[in-house]
Design a protein around this ligand. Structure first.
Ligand SMILES: Cc1cc2nc3c(=O)[nH]c(=O)nc-3n(C[C@H](O)[C@H](O)[C@H](O)COP(=O)(O)OP(=O)(O)OC[C@H]3O[C@@H](n4cnc5c(N)ncnc54)[C@H](O)[C@@H]3O)c2cc1C
Ligand code: FES
Length: 285
């Protein structure tokens, strides 16, 4: 994200006992297409299912026993959890070598999962309402927020944005978890354009503005969230950031964002994020 008058800010550590990551061999129980662009993977991973907070992620190693590549695990958001069944779901797009190999895993095979990792969204159950704004695969970082807030009394409004209707994701999860409104917008019909989306959300939420806007997947949506927060003063903005990662654990510094002050390599997206605050710069009006 390019800083302008607003910038990323490291958020305070979440309250309570931090969930500790663990490594486990996770069996694939469901694996297939989701829409025409993505794939859905359900894994038996009881530790992650029981302890993962919304916005946290896992590292998946897409190498079978005895295989040497791909060496590095790939970061993936947790799309949905089922604590009772001990399973997690990951939704992913095939973009390169690692995700191509991931797509080759069949039901019954196992892969190494490390998680839950990172600091997720800071959710406050005393909020009256929250707005989730996701674009493309970035939507996968937001769905567990709706799952977590299901039945809490916090009104959840969502936006899923994509190029085409067939590439929209998240809507079914949001509806299943009682979202008050699910807006699905696309480039094809122009509804995803920031100005159109701005007008849609102002019309929908002006009567009761959200306490927070949580976003992932697009720089334009970060800017839109910033504009909405200016329109609704007091609204908190949090953004989940993507970065290339090698370890996911804070060791390699490969995910350094170097956006905020402090140590030259701070903050690390895997350790201090992936969720950051999006705030007006302290040194500008
Ligand atoms: C915290 C976090 C959560 C993520 N959650 C998901 C998810 O839920 N679903 C999903 O499909 N993807 C997710 N990603 C992105 C995913 O990790 C990458 O798409 C994946 O690592 C690509 O691996 P590859 O070997 O297939 O592609 P590579 O061969 O490594 O790269 C293929 C292309 O993708 C780009 N790319 C690779 N990694 C990233 C990255 N981290 N950010 C931006 N561009 C990248 C490369 O620059 C290249 O253009 C997440 C990333 C992070 C950091
Ligand atoms: S990925 Fe290694 S420090 Fe973040």
């Amino acid at each position: 994200v390019t800083a302008t008058a607003w910038e990323l800010a490291v958020l305070p550590e979440p309250v309570g006992t931090p969930s500790r990551p663990a490594a486990q061999q996770a069996e694939v129980v469901v694996h297939g297409p989701l829409g025409d662009r993505y794939r859905l993977l359900r894994l038996v991973a009881p530790h992650v299912a029981a302890t993962c907070a919304p916005g946290q992620f896992v590292m998946l190693t897409a190498a079978r026993d005895g295989e040497h590549a791909p060496v590095l695990p790939r970061p993936m958001a947790v799309y949905r959890t089922d604590r009772d069944a001990g399973t997690i779901e990951v939704c992913y797009g095939v973009v390169g070598r690692g995700t191509r190999r991931l797509a080759s895993f069949r039901v019954g095979e196992s892969m190494l999962v490390v998680g839950p990792l990172g600091r997720g969204f800071r959710i406050d159950r005393t909020w009256r309402s929250v707005l989730l704004v996701g674009r493309g695969i970035g939507t996968c970082s937001l769905t567990t927020v709706a799952q977590e807030l299901d039945g809490s009394g916090v009104a959840v409004t969502t936006v899923s944005s994509a190029r085409r209707p067939e590439a929209l994701i998240g809507g079914s999860v949001y509806r299943a978890h009682g979202a008050r409104a699910v807006h699905e917008v696309t480039d094809i019909d122009g509804t995803s354009a920031p100005a159109a989306l701005h007008d849609l959300l102002v019309a929908d939420l002006d009567a009761e503005p959200p306490a927070a806007i949580l976003t992932c997947g697009s720089h334009r949506l970060v800017r839109l969230s910033e504009q909405l927060a200016q329109h609704w003063p007091g609204t908190d903005v949090q953004v989940s950031v993507e970065a290339h990662m090698a370890c996911g654990l804070g060791y390699c510094h490969g995910c350094s964002s170097g956006v905020v002050g402090g140590m030259a390599e701070d903050p690390l997206v895997c350790r201090d994020g992936p969720v950051f605050g999006w705030r007006p710069r302290a040194d500008r009006p």
